[in-house]
Design a protein around this ligand. Sequence first.
Ligand code: SAH
Length: 290
Amino acid sequence: MDFHQPVLLTEVAEIMNLARDRGCYCDCTAGGGGHLERFLQMTRRAQFIGIDWDPEAIDFVRERLLGYGQRIMLFHDNYLHLDLILDRLGIREINGVFFDFGVSGHQLASDDRGFSFDRDCPLTMNMSPDNRSLSECLAQADKNEIMRVLKDYGDVRNYRRVGSMIFEQRKKLRTTAELRDLVVRNTPKPYQIKNLRRVFQALRIWVNRELDNIESGLPLAFARLAPGGRQCVIAYHSGEDRLVKKQFNQWHQEGVGRKLNKKVLRPSVSEIEYNPRSRSARLRAIEKCA
Ligand code: SAH
């Protein structure tokens, strides 16, 4: 098992269409730099921009990709600031852009970030230091909001029960282990693991305003694509994928983009076995029309 393995790597590398080996491409969610490293290996001249709002991710990728010199430029920032980054570099158009949403292997494996339910740490869960922590979000939320988060961002079955328990306990809850116990106590045995995964995912999406970022980030990046450039996106949750699908359909219908896969691409059984993080991945891609 390898949580750090880049998801759908072969498929993404092919769809990004790097064969011409020129121009500039952007990975808006650099994470552990796995996809970026493959892009760099496949090319000799193309340039790459990597963005991540998690400073630990950028530090790691900087070290990992040191050998590629000037071909890779890394930015610790929200991808919503892509325009600023490109303007500062004097780059008008990029030839491809990639988004890989969700949580990175490093974030999941971290002992103090709060993303994983099998580690005991404070209720942080913010990917960027600019985002509020889970404890701060809970302190200000009302019961309905917590229930809505569990339902909409996690498809949590018993979202009413778990949501109201979290609400009642919100001032006392301190650690991920306490949150895990609360979910387990309020969920029938067969669904416990599934529900734990879903509750943690829902809270993470909420804390980091992930859907808002996706909704604004996709058109931002598309606007900076050169004609013929491609946008390639991996989503891990139905709410994320719905936004991608809707946006791509709209561009396709307006004639500004051409969808590259009619049906969403999913990882193979063997990839899922090897890398459980890929379990729910869905890949879509679109090419900007000339
Ligand atoms: N493709 C990567 C894994 C990406 S995991 C690899 O091969 O390793 C997703 C990453 O996106 C995380 O590191 C997370 O911090 C980052 N991220 C999520 N939303 C972001 C945003 N709005 N701006 C910048 N980075 C973001």
